[in-house]
Design a protein. Structure first.
Ligand SMILES: Nc1nc2c(ncn2[C@@H]2O[C@H](COP(=O)(O)OP(=O)(O)OP(=O)(O)O)[C@@H](O)[C@H]2O)c(=O)[nH]1
Ligand SMILES: [Zn+2]
Length: 196
């Protein structure tokens, strides 16, 4: 998990606002000019929202399950879950969609919880591969279904707004466990359902 492990006490809000002022001055502006007066507090508030995933335990979303589904045995897929994350190399946005599927064994989980799972991992500093693996392994470990499939498509703004400056590229990552990894029919069913 990419939660910080070596920070005994997180910096205070005041210290975080001071860091924003330093960055504003370093960039070439003057943090004391009127237009920037409230910017440090807005930035700190935005960071609290963008990185609220550090304050959440994604496993907890998956503990409430339902078993009264009249023997439903097919794949459950929640498609097109939009997310915004930030890359851990440049703190630039990663904007994309996630598709999360699982093959139930005896229990299902509330559909919104799959979107919550995506959102929690997105709201941490990420690389796309790790975020994909974390969603899949958490769902597999906590719900213990027959298998999990996760596919993420995203644009990395560190590639489009700086550096190599290529716009419109889409990075696709997948992670499969259980039946989706071992059984070609189950895997194909996932890709078929994604086409609908
Ligand atoms: N594998 C992977 N790479 C990522 C992700 N997000 C950003 N990157 C890449 O991380 C790399 C960091 O490369 P470095 O050479 O250390 O940094 P840099 O000099 O800023 O690289 P450039 O972006 O090429 O200017 C870049 O190639 C980014 O495109 C991600 O989610 N997964
Ligand atoms: Zn980056």
């Amino acid at each position: 998990m990419n939660k910080p492990t070596n920070i005994a006490l997180p910096p205070s809000r005041e210290e975080a606002m001071h860091a924003v002022k330093t960055l504003l001055d370093w960039a070439g502006d003057d943090h004391t000019r009127p237009g920037l007066q409230d910017t440090p507090q807005r930035v700190v508030d935005a960071y609290r929202e963008w990185f609220s995933g550090y304050l959440e335990s994604p496993e907890e979303y998956l503990t409430r399950t339902f078993d009264d589904v009249d023997g439903y045995q097919d794949v459950v897929l929640v498609k097109d879950i939009p997310f915004t994350s930030f890359c851990e190399h440049h703190l630039a946005p990663i904007i994309g969609t996630a598709h999360v599927a699982y093959l139930p064994s005896d229990r299902v989980v509330g559909l919104s919880k799959l979107a919550r799972l995506v959102r929690t991992f997105a709201r941490r500093l990420q690389v796309q591969e790790r975020m994909t693996a974390q969603i899949a392994s958490t769902l597999q470990d906590v719900l213990n279904p027959e298998g999990v499939a996760v596919l993420i498509k995203a644009e990395h703004h560190c590639m489009s707004t700086r550096g190599v400056h290529v716009h419109g590229t889409e990075t696709i990552t997948t992670e499969m466990t259980g039946a989706f990894r071992d059984d070609p029919d189950t895997r194909n069913r996932f890709f078929e359902l994604l086409k609908h």
